[in-house]
Design a binder for this molecule. Structure first.
Ligand SMILES: Nc1nc2c(ncn2[C@@H]2O[C@H](COP(=O)(O)OP(=O)(O)OP(=O)(O)O)[C@@H](O)[C@H]2O)c(=O)[nH]1
Ligand SMILES: [Mg+2]
Length: 304
């Protein structure tokens, strides 16, 4: 057994070992790379939660995780904290709210700072490790922009959380919200007009790839609707596996990861070239009109 395999085995019994292992993976150390080599691309199920700020994603997740525990599962949670653009720091409020989960030996929580490399890629790597050791994984996304897209790519089942009084349907259509979800949650159903919103949402959603996205009303704060939500999540996993979409999604995530890595490595290579002697020569030529910029590009491509 290799050192990585041995550590993976120990990580399934010790949160401390698991935590250290994930740090190696995050750093991209030799050991981290070896660990990733030992885990499959096709194991386990990853559930992503996205939605606008404050709709109750963390509260819903907390309830869902408890429900999964009730059903005998081990769960790993990956929470992405929004970084403040002013301080570069992370708000760890979610972690505090989730603290009731941390004392459970079958539940593991990891916060990822969004200021640290490509969060989507890191979250994907961590999810692979967690599923390898038998956990179902839950990812909480930030709910906006490119980073959200990157993180949701990691998820097999994409759950969109909304709440009443979020505004009209047009806004949701604009935000592309109707296209991304496999399951929709109208949380805070204890507030007025939740049923109206759920009905309108259900009417706007279309069947995609053979799956009709359900709309579930929840009051996470009261624990209502959670069992039904978990039933839908497990049903969706079953659908993904039987239809082969599970593997398709994993492969397209892998393709994007590889693309990102290739671009990153190519960028480093080209930057080195451009800041060296060769780059200076080319810049001088283009600047003086002795070479056009497209020929400069061709020139560099040949070097790459
Ligand atoms: N009335 C009501 N309030 C809720 C419910 N679920 C969550 N909340 C409250 O909504 C607020 C936001 O909840 P969070 O779970 O932190 O929401 P979030 O989407 O994770 O927020 P961010 O991660 O900051 O985007 C908290 O004050 C919760 O107590 C619910 O079902 N009903
Ligand atoms: Mg949250």
């Amino acid at each position: 057994m290799s050192r990585a395999e041995e550590l993976l085995e120990r990580a399934s019994e010790s949160k401390l070992v698991l935590s250290k292992l994930l740090s190696e993976v995050e750093k991209g150390s030799d050991l981290g790379i070896e660990v990733l080599r030992s885990v499959s691309y096709s194991s386990g199920h990853v559930i992503g939660f996205t939605g606008p700020p404050g709709v109750g994603k963390s509260t819903v997740i907390t309830r869902v995780v408890h429900e999964l525990r009730e059903r005998g599962e081990r769960v790993g949670i990956i929470a992405v904290d929004p970084s403040s653009p002013f301080t570069g720091g992370s708000i760890l409020g979610d972690r505090i709210r989730m603290k009731e989960l941390t004392s459970n030996e079958h539940i593991f929580i990891r916060s990822l700072s969004s200021g640290y490399g490509s969060v989507g890629i890191t979250a994907g790597k961590m999810a692979r490790v967690l599923t390898h050791i038998g956990m179902r994984v839950v990812v909480e996304s930030v709910g906006a922009g490119q980073m959200d897209t990157d993180i949701m790519r990691v998820a097999d089942t994409r759950t969109v959380v909304l709440m009443p009084e979020l505004g009209d349907d047009i806004q949701m259509i604009k935000a592309g919200i109707l296209e991304i979800g496999d399951i929709y949650v109208v949380n805070k159903s204890d507030l007025p007009n939740a049923d109206v919103m759920a009905q309108r949402l259900a009417l706007s959603l279309k069947k995609r790839e053979g799956w009709e996205p359900p709309v579930v009303m929840c009051s996470a704060i009261n624990g209502e609707g959670i069992e039904e939500l978990v039933d839908h999540i497990l049903k969706h996993e079953d659908f993904l596996r039987k239809s082969g979409i599970f593997e398709d999604r994993r492969k397209s995530a892998l393709l994007m990861e590889l693309e990102e890595m290739t671009v990153e490595s190519f960028r480093g290579h080209i930057r080195k070239l451009l800041t060296g002697k060769k780059g200076k020569e080319i810049i001088e030529k283009v600047f003086n009109g002795d070479m056009d910029i497209n020929s400069a590009l061709k020139n560099l491509q040949n070097e790459g």
